[in-house]
Design a protein around this ligand. Structure first.
Ligand SMILES: Nc1nc2c(ncn2[C@@H]2O[C@H](COP(=O)(O)OP(=O)(O)OP(=O)(O)O)[C@@H](O)[C@H]2O)c(=O)[nH]1
Ligand SMILES: [Mg+2]
Length: 315
């Protein structure tokens, strides 16, 4: 698509409880990996912009952190950023894990699914008290028969806070084009905001740190993934096209450092290999990745940790 073909352009915020599939949907709509995805809650920490095109519109998808009853400073900052993303957008999609709701109704919900439905109810209450209508997308419809989702659609519809209800699978793409095309029509008139060949607006160094954080989240258990952060410290482009990336994995204490390293350094080696392979693919170049573990007991109480990610420290 050429820039002059674009007649509309705007922002769409994807909001919802943790694990609803917001980042999966963002990646599906932009056709590339702009946001990291894991099966764990609170994967996304800051809003990420992906750029999609449909019909004559440029649609800037803002993936946001999951919304939940946050207590820690970092969590509060994440939730605040999600609502700010919604306030600033031309359209808002509330994404709901329909599989969790159906399991909740049938009494077969896992504790995690129960929490998801509870977090959704809190989001609904906030949306109810705001003036604006948002679009609802019921996600993960690949996980159960379609007839089960119909009563759920009517239930959400009856709340009177949604302008439309969509059924989608962010994972296999069902319904995603329809949603995108609907969004395209709602973008305000105006020219392109980004070059049409661009599919993400996230600095490469930050995306590279996110990829490593994804691999750490997949590998490490319990609280540990939530107690660490990753920073890209150096990035060197070589003449032969290779790139050398050095990253710090920052943890709060010694025992966490040992867990990140793993026995004989096995854990960090596996993380490094997985991150390197994915980065090579994303960049289309050979990547030399070097990970170091650093201890900084106060990283979650430092202003820069937040401003680096575009989060507000005083949330
Ligand atoms: N079966 C199925 N799984 C899905 C679908 N969409 C997302 N998932 C899975 O749901 C999990 C969470 O996906 P994410 O995209 O990370 O969810 P999120 O809403 O961004 O989560 P946070 O960043 O933690 O708020 C991952 O394991 C995804 O693979 C879907 O349509 N169907
Ligand atoms: Mg996410």
């Amino acid at each position: 698509m050429d820039a002059e073909d674009i007649k509309r352009a705007g922002f769409v915020a994807i909001i919802g409880s943790p694990n609803a599939g917001k980042s999966t949907l963002t990646n599906a709509m932009t056709g590339t990996k702009v946001a990291i995805v894991t099966h764990k809650v609170q994967t996304t920490r800051f809003p990420v912009r992906g750029i999609a095109h449909a019909d004559d519109s440029q649609i800037i998808i803002v993936d946001t952190p999951g919304i939940f009853g946050a207590k820690r400073r970092l969590d509060r900052a994440m939730v605040k950023a999600a609502w700010t993303g919604a306030d600033d957008a031309d359209a808002v999609v509330h994404l709901v894990d329909a599989a969790a709701w159906i399991a909740d109704k049938e009494g077969t919900a896992t504790p995690a699914q129960k929490r998801t439905a509870e977090d959704d109810r809190a989001v609904i209450e906030t949306l109810r008290s705001s003036e604006r209508k948002v679009m609802l997308a019921l996600n993960k419809i690949d996980l159960f028969p379609h007839e089960q989702v119909l009563p759920l659609m009517s239930e959400f519809d009856a709340l009177g806070i949604y302008s439309d209800v969509f059924m989608i699978s962010a994972e296999n793409g069902d319904g995603v084009d329809k949603l995108l095309s609907e969004l395209a029509g709602r973008m305000p008139e105006g020219g392109a905001l980004y070059p049409p060949d661009q599919s993400a607006d996230i600095p490469m160094q930050l995306l590279a740190a996110e990829v490593t954080r994804e691999k750490l989240m997949l590998r490490l258990h319990e609280e540990l993934p939530y107690q660490l952060t990753v920073e890209t410290e150096t990035w060197e482009n070589f003449r032969n096209g290779d790139v050398k990336i050095q990253q710090a994995v920052i943890v709060g204490k010694d025992s966490h450092k040992s867990m990140v390293l793993g026995r004989n350094g096995q854990a960090i080696k596996a993380v490094s290999r997985a991150a390197r392979e994915e980065l090579s693919e994303l960049l289309g170049r050979r990547v030399h990745l070097f990970l170091f573990v650093k201890i900084d007991a106060k990283w979650q109480e430092r202003r820069e940790s937040y401003s680096n990610l575009g989060l507000e420290f005083d949330s």
